[in-house]
Design a protein around this ligand. Sequence first.
Ligand SMILES: [Zn+2]
Length: 322
Amino acid sequence: MPDTSVEQGQHPRVFVADIGGSYIRFGVSDSPGSVRLVESVPTPVDSWEAFGATLEALADRHIGETGSPLVISMAGAIDPSSGVICASNVPCVSGRVLGAELSSRLRRRIRIANDADCLALAEAVEGAGAGHDVVFCVVLGSGVGGGLVVGGRVAGGASGIAGEWGHGLPVSTSVDFDGTGHAQPVSALRCGCGRLGCVDTIGGARGLERLNTLLNGEQKDSHALLDDWQQGGERARRTVSAWLALVSEPLAAVINITGASVVPVCGGLANVVPLIDALDAAVRKRTLREFRERVVVPGAFRREGGLVGAAIIARQDGAREP
Ligand SMILES: [Zn+2]
């Protein structure tokens, strides 16, 4: 049965979905700061028909006939002028004007929002960045993402990808591993985007593994590597030292450029709190502004950030039940 009861409080009920390459997670929010996950179903990634039918069924079950809009958080770049999405983890939607096509099929307004933007908004408004005017949220998952929030709103920009620091910003090709003042060369790695040496090539979990292979000639997954690092392993220390130097430099530049006063970090690597502590120390050594307080902090949201951010967007859009 759809949950169509009209909420008694001052906040309208809003409906949100977080679409990943594995699952579509559907949520309902009755008030700011709270989102209930109401259903999770596998994502049809190869069939557009199955994808549309799955979302239509979810909307029928949980929104019903109210006509309320749905805000969807998903990975991918959306061209702000054409609305065309490029989503590598859900191939059947790539190249489509997804918001318009789903709006037509589901007979309600569908807003598509980039997942890193949703996460950034969640952190800026209700999470680790609350109270700060300029928040740059970093995602260190398998790769690298980011989102910029100014004054409680996502800074989308003309490109629609403001805050995307993972590509186009090359990392250094030399690094002082041991703090001795002697930099050693590090080969720039080819990025999936076609460029050479993007932050994405070394910044996320896969990048950390590639960097370790490059420096130590060993294949080790990021969990084992970071366990070794925390236990004082020499090879892991060498890799993580290089990672901290290489990632903190462009991150400090982003902070200089945006004026961000806090950088919540989300994604799998954010679960290793000592790594985020070390990243904060490395970044603050490199920013133009001298920060006395922490800047780089673990994000407050893990799995629910996309849904929370989508709900904030829904409220900002003035979504209301009739
Ligand atoms: Zn790239």
